[in-house]
Design a binder for this molecule. Structure first.
Ligand SMILES: C[S@@+](CC[C@H](N)C(=O)[O-])C[C@H]1O[C@@H](n2cnc3c(N)ncnc32)[C@H](O)[C@@H]1O
Length: 218
């Protein structure tokens, strides 16, 4: 069975984690989901994988080590230190990820339209007062505002135009984010979703969902 080796992030220090997200249960749930999906992803022969909010770079690097250099890898984080950490993590694991410091994918303009085969987002998902969203590097990692969705809600309308016809969007959703409403919004954009993995960790109920343009591809 195809595997995703957990990337080596030993170059990142406690000081780095004062300003970037230290991989945690949510990150590892996404890595496990991507590993389960690897046969499907490989069968697509993807040309481009993109991550929004890579933090340490652990997810996009994991995918890059598994899929190899035939595919390109791009990641965009609003936190410049996360972009630098992602480049360093990719290098440490002998692969290459291009990063943009930008709000969502705005830094890429329309260049990614219709080109993304795999899109990944582990968003800041914790329900907080709206003013905590984007209040600083660390708040960027977890503060999600209303329903924990303020950042995700801005990415959602972009997803259909980013994905290739076979493209797959992997999204981490916490139960308080209202998965049913998220699904209804995606369905209104003709994106179909399926929960592929879930785990309860302490008070959080985390799940990974995949969205595609073809419901038969789920
Ligand atoms: C929960 S952390 C996930 C980090 C990493 N992907 C992981 O799974 O370990 C959320 C990430 O999203 C980034 N982020 C938050 N708001 C963003 C925005 N508007 N545009 C781009 N990245 C953003 C944060 O800086 C942080 O790196």
């Amino acid at each position: 069975m195809s595997k995703i080796a957990t990337p080596d992030i030993s170059h990142l220090t406690a000081q780095d984690y004062e300003s970037i997200y230290e991989p945690a249960e949510d990150s590892f749930l996404m890595l496990d989901a991507l590993e389960n999906e690897l046969p499907l992803i490989m069968a697509m022969k993807p040309s481009l994988c993109v991550e929004v909010g890579p933090g340490s770079g652990v997810l996009i690097t994991g995918l890059a080590t598994a899929l190899g250099p035939a595919c390109s890898y791009i990641a965009a984080d609003v936190n410049m230190k996360a972009c630098m950490a992602t480049v360093a993590t990719a290098q440490k694991n002998a692969c290459s990820v291009e990063t943009f410091c930008s709000d969502l994918l705005s830094g890429c303009g329309r260049q990614l339209d219709g080109k993304v085969d795999v899109l990944i987002f582990n968003p800041p998902y914790v329900v907080t007062p709206p003013e905590e969203v984007a209040a600083g590097d660390l708040q960027h990692t977890w503060a999600g505002g209303r329903k924990g969705r303020q950042v995700l809600d801005r990415l959602m309308p972009e997803v259909p135009r980013l994905l290739t016809p076979q493209g797959r969007f992997y999204l981490l959703i916490e139960r308080e984010n209202d998965p049913e409403e998220i699904n209804a919004i995606f369905r209104s954009m003709e994106l179909f979703g399926k929960k592929i993995l879930e785990r309860k960790t302490g008070p959080e109920h985390l799940a990974i969902w995949v969205y595609t343009k073809l419901d038969r591809a789920l």
